[in-house]
Design a protein around this ligand. Structure first.
Ligand code: DP6
Length: 345
């Protein structure tokens, strides 16, 4: 807690991890406030991270943003807009230097925007001495990128659609801690190219032109309820069924947009079939996939080695990255940010 006699440090660093949606967020009910058309449920990963240092500096005339050691004009616009929200809240007008590192490839369907904005808001909150609650951090991270609302928390997380026009109730909350139901995640990397149509554009196009849009909105409550119950009861089969359903349904919507969005390549589909064949043979594993070509397999830890071996053997799978479930966003020492690449996966 900071007081007026105890000025904010103006600089802080934070780490956040990507999350993978099991019940998908796809579509917005308010673009300006980035409010989702539907609620969603995710798992936060360990091992993969974004580390971000934010320093507000009276000497700076403009924000300076470096992502993975490069000045990135595209990403910087969204970062500056998010910093503006924090500055307004703090009642200050100082520009900031932001240095951010990922230990996994940016922009290739591994949700670097989720961990990125969760880390940014957590660091900037501390630098400005705002003392925001996790729910408030979640609401601000959401305005940077929707899925970032969920990376504020660890383990199993639900992000509520909310009803209020101002979005005050569209925040994430934890459902179950990572340690309470350990799962393994194997990410099959099938391409390192930056995706052609980003999530924001893809979901806007889908909402505007997919004939299945209304059906998607109507069924989400039931999918969320099934996933919530499966998580509370640690019912793997029940979670597997609804998570694969939500994933395929999101892609069915997107495929039917005009022009249609095809996020998969051949290896994505082969990997999906390999996961299904494993489950048909009794291995506790299911797949999910987002707005990109990577296929994510989620399994009980006892099956992780078998699943990794199977994915490795799929033609076109370049690499398999293994993770478990991890913690939410948190402050770290500024010296840990510079050391980021040492831990690249
Ligand atoms: C397919 O959070 O990247 O991964 O809010 O427009 O920044 P914006 O979108 P983003 O979309 C993620 C979409 C998804 C599903 C999900 O994570 O729930």
């Amino acid at each position: 807690m900071s007081t007026s006699a105890d000025p904010a440090p103006l600089s802080a660093a934070a780490q956040a991890q990507p999350n993978i949606a099991l019940i998908k967020y796809w579509g917005k009910r308010d673009a300006r406030l980035n409010l989702p058309a539907v609620g969603s449920i995710s798992i936060t990963l360990d091992r993969l991270w974004t580390r971000t240092c934010v320093r507000f500096d009276p000497q700076l005339a403009v924000d300076q943003v470096q992502l993975d050691g490069r000045t990135d004009a595209g990403g910087a616009t969204r970062v500056c807009a998010c910093l503006d929200l924090l500055r307004r809240r703090a009642g200050i007008d100082l520009r900031a230097r932001v240095e951010s590192w990922n230990n996994f490839p940016t922009g290739a369907g591994l949700a670097s925007s989720a961990s990125g904005f969760a880390a940014l808001v957590t660091a900037a909150d501390a630098a400005l001495g705002l003392g925001m609650s996790p729910a408030e951090c979640s609401a601000l991270a959401r305005q940077g990128s929707g899925s970032a609302a969920r990376s504020i928390f660890g383990g199993f997380v639900e992000w509520h659609r909310g009803q209020r026009p101002d979005g005050g109730d569209s925040v994430a909350e934890p459902l179950l801690a990572a340690a309470d139901w350990p799962l393994s995640v194997l990410v099959a990397i099938t391409s390192r190219a930056i995706k052609s149509v980003g999530s924001t554009e893809g979901m806007n196009r889908t909402a505007a032109s997919s004939p299945y849009w209304t059906a998607w909105l109507q069924a989400q409550m039931a999918d969320l309820a099934q996933a919530r119950a499966a998580i509370a009861g640690r019912d793997f089969e029940r979670l597997a069924e609804v998570a694969e359903h939500s994933c395929l349904k999101m892609h069915a919507l997107a495929l039917a947009a005009r022009p249609g969005l095809v996020y998969w390549n051949g290896a994505t589909v082969e990997a999906l079939h390999a996961v299904r064949a494993l489950r048909a043979g009794g291995v506790p594993v299911f797949f999910t996939n987002d707005a990109g070509p990577q296929l994510k397999a989620i399994c009980l830890p006892s099956a992780a080695e078998r699943v990794a071996r199977t994915l490795h053997a799929v033609p076109g799978v370049l690499e398999v990255v293994a993770a478990g479930l991890g913690e939410g966003a948190r402050l770290i020492g500024a010296d840990q940010v510079g050391a980021a690449r040492a831990g690249a996966v």
